[in-house]
Design a protein around this ligand. Structure first.
Ligand SMILES: Nc1ncnc2c1ncn2[C@@H]1O[C@H](COP(=O)(O)OP(=O)(O)OP(=O)(O)O)[C@@H](O)[C@H]1O
Ligand SMILES: [Mg+2]
Length: 332
């Protein structure tokens, strides 16, 4: 019932972009996004969007000789429960953008609304309760005497009861795959992978409705990456959370995200579903990005097997496509 309502609400809001919207898939794609968003934030009293960004511009060190425009004319809407990937070349503005999601940065021009709360006007405490951000290399911010105190730091600041804090810490470390035994160690005794997990656990222990992660798996080995991604997937499922993942790894985004936003020099270059974005390899390559390696492999294969479908973005899809192709050939 709730899902049906959400679907209906989605249609109400998105009608403005009728010409760009693929109504059957609840997704859209457009180049050079600059259409201001209608701030119809609720319908029948229910929130529709997790994040609404209208005409966001951000300038570092404004009105000084070092002034730097990091974001221009950004319009984004992210629906509750969505999994959105953000990609862009180094310096394209990804980290600057996500720091607006909990009010660490405030728009120089424009408006950012989180579950109906304007970050420039509201008390940031409530917004920060709703939005948890895992920054790049979060382990650099571990500072308490024990892992337990580090993970529980935010919960303690909320004034939560001791038993409840313990419950949320234990549930967070179970989700992220850390052993109870490390809780009373110093964070500095942990391995690199364990430190990263402990830092992420500190954010998910707060049970944010919106979880934002800036390259959470960077520098980890494949097993560590998988464990962290599995924890994110499970957290989203269990809490119906909105997840926003910044990553340079196209393979990871192809299999995880429902929608991808591409930033280039502080502007939105395009946005759409995984296939809509990765079909545009020419646009991505022009701005210093790429499609997943498996897609290049399938494009290479197509030179020898013209009938094979090369619009494939994950290893799983490639395996299915190749097996289907062989089966079809065998039956001719
Ligand atoms: N504190 C700052 N003061 C001045 N300029 C900054 C500051 N932080 C970022 N910038 C500039 O703003 C632009 C966007 O930076 P940002 O860190 O958001 O990019 P990014 O996409 O996250 O890059 P990366 O992939 O390297 O993490 C860059 O030109 C950067 O040099
Ligand atoms: Mg960054």
């Amino acid at each position: 019932m709730r899902r049906t309502t959400q679907k209906r609400l989605f249609v109400v809001v998105w009608t403005r972009n009728e010409e760009q919207r693929d109504s059957s898939k609840r997704t859209y794609i457009k180049l050079h996004n600059s259409t201001p968003i209608n701030y119809n934030k609720s319908f029948n009293g229910l929130e529709i969007m997790s994040i609404l960004i209208n005409n966001l511009n951000y300038i570092y060190m404004s009105e000084t000789p070092y002034e730097k425009t990091a974001l221009s004319d950004i319009n984004i809407k992210i629906n509750e429960g969505e999994f959105v990937g953000i990609i862009g070349h180094t310096g394209s503005g990804k980290s600057t953008l996500i720091q607006h999601f909990n009010g660490i940065l405030k728009p120089t021009i424009g408006k950012v609304t989180i579950n109906g709360l304007d970050i420039s006007k509201e008390n940031l405490k409530e917004i920060r309760r709703q939005v948890g951000i895992v920054f790049q290399y979060p382990e650099h911010q571990l500072f308490e005497d024990t892992v337990y105190n580090d993970i529980g730091f935010g919960l303690k600041k909320l004034g939560m009861a001791r038993e409840k804090i313990e419950e949320q810490i234990l549930s967070a470390i179970e989700l992220i795959g850390l052993d109870n035994k490390i809780l009373h160690k110093s964070p500095f005794e942990l391995s690199g992978g364990q430190k990263r997990k402990a830092a992420i656990a500190g954010v998910i222990a707060m049970k944010p409705k919106i979880l934002v992660l800036d390259e959470p798996a960077a520098g980890l080995d494949p097993v560590g990456r998988e464990e962290i991604y599995n924890a994110i997937i499970n957290y989203r499922k269990e809490n119906n959370a909105t997840v926003i993942l910044v990553s340079h790894n196209m393979e990871d985004l192809a299999r995880l995200a429902q929608r991808i936003i591409v930033l280039n020099e502080g502007k939105i270059e395009m946005e759409g579903t995984v296939s809509e974005i990765f079909k545009k390899s020419d646009v991505l390559e022009k701005i210093g990005l790429s499609v997943p390696q498996i897609t290049y492999f399938m494009k290479g294969l197509k030179k020898y097997l013209p009938d094979i479908n090369d619009n494939v973005y994950t290893i799983k899809e490639a395996k299915e496509e190749i097996l289907n192709f062989i089966k079809k050939r065998a039956s001719i």
